[in-house]
Design a binder for this molecule. Structure first.
Ligand SMILES: [Fe+2]
Ligand SMILES: [Fe+2]
Length: 359
């Protein structure tokens, strides 16, 4: 079955082209002076993995609740119209919402793949080019993994307009650091928090594995953005930094306020605006939405885009307290969770093999 047949609505175009206007940069010095960046490149090479062998794709999803997520993670779970649905309709709603979310992960990963390739060609430093090249293959593997997971759902959604708008802006900008800011900081930061919710709350082993392994790579990507921008932003003028802050805060509002799942409610024939309004007024959903900024805010502070406008914006969004999150501790935890899942799988495999040998 072709992937195109999984889309809830037939696509009008099979490709999307974004015009580019930036300089490709060679560097003849071959200086690999930054130990931090070269250390990250080394890790990028050492931690490569193969999605077809590290993950056991014979594992299945649950029929009623594919990733086995808690009911309250469905944004409309508290609505009367949902409570009154039959068991079959509820299962269909869960499946579509989860497929919509995973589709955005997959579509965003293709955005990351393209942006990482743009960084390779555009960034002036050779050590950054080296590292970004490892990110290109990481992102291809992420697209591959989410595509395989979505194929098991049998349903897929197109990239939502707000995500498309942000990726479009990021790609059209001719300044190399803006690709990092839009993709490595905002989109990857939000994605990391969203992957974490699925990794930590999904009871389905396949969904857990995909998200944990992708997150193990993403932590390096966020560290890459941090290293590159932390060195660069102090060299800019205040006016140039102000422009970055403006872009940043607008991007955060865009992703917070317009990243709705209206496509799901429309596909299911539910009253779209009523569902969207509920999603925005429900305190539980507000907590979930704010949680998405846990990984972005400390990075923004660390790279030095911490002017009045940004702080005011984050205070208004109610996410300023995340500024003191220990990002390195989170990254270590992401790494150890992925390793634990590997160890569990090895243990299960050796127990099965021992059983076969004994019989
Ligand atoms: Fe990724
Ligand atoms: Fe990434």
């Amino acid at each position: 079955m072709s992937f195109a047949s999984l889309y809830t609505e037939a696509l009008t175009d099979s490709t999307w082209t974004v015009p580019q206007n930036f300089d490709v940069c060679f560097n003849w010095m071959y200086d690999t002076g930054r130990a931090g960046m070269m250390g990250l490149y080394q890790k990028g090479k050492e931690f490569q993995w193969d999605a077809t062998t590290r993950i056991d794709w014979s594992q299945e999803l649950d029929e009623d609740n594919p990733q086995q997520l808690p009911e309250e993670m469905l944004p409309i779970a508290g609505m009367d119209l949902y409570q009154k649905m039959s068991a079959k309709e509820k299962a269909q709603t869960r499946k579509h919402f989860q497929a919509w979310q995973l589709s955005q992960f997959m579509q965003g990963e293709q955005g990351a793949l393209i942006c990482a390739a743009k960084i390779v060609t555009q960034v002036p430093d050779i050590d950054s080019k080296f590292y970004a090249s490892t990110q290109v293959i990481d992102e291809a593997r992420h697209v591959e993994s989410y595509r395989m997971l979505l194929s098991k759902f049998g349903v897929a959604y197109a990239m939502t307009p707000p995500l498309k708008e942000l990726i479009d802006q990021t790609l059209r900008d001719s300044r190399w650091d803006m690709t990092y800011l839009g993709m490595q900081v905002v989109i990857e930061g939000l994605a990391l928090a969203a992957f974490q919710t699925t990794r930590d709350y999904a009871q389905n082993p396949l969904a857990q594995q995909v998200n944990a392994y992708v997150m193990q790579d993403e932590s390096r990507h966020v560290a890459f953005g941090r290293l590159a921008l932390r060195d660069y932003y102090p060299q800019l003028t205040q006016k140039e930094r102000d422009e970055r802050e403006e872009f940043l805060i607008e991007a955060c509002y865009l992703m917070r306020d317009r990243f709705e799942s209206r496509e799901v409610w429309a596909t299911l024939g539910l009253p779209v605006q009523e569902c969207v309004d509920f999603q925005y007024s429900s305190p539980l959903m507000k907590t979930f939405r704010n949680g998405l900024f846990m990984r972005i805010v400390p990075i923004v502070k660390d790279i030095g885009l911490w002017g009045e406008k940004v702080q005011k914006g984050y205070a208004d969004m109610g996410v300023l307290d995340y500024a003191d999150t220990d990002v390195e501790a989170l990254q270590k935890n992401d790494d150890s969770i992925a390793r634990e899942l590997d160890a569990r799988r090895t243990h299960i495999r050796s127990t099965i093999e021992a059983g076969i040998a004994a019989s």
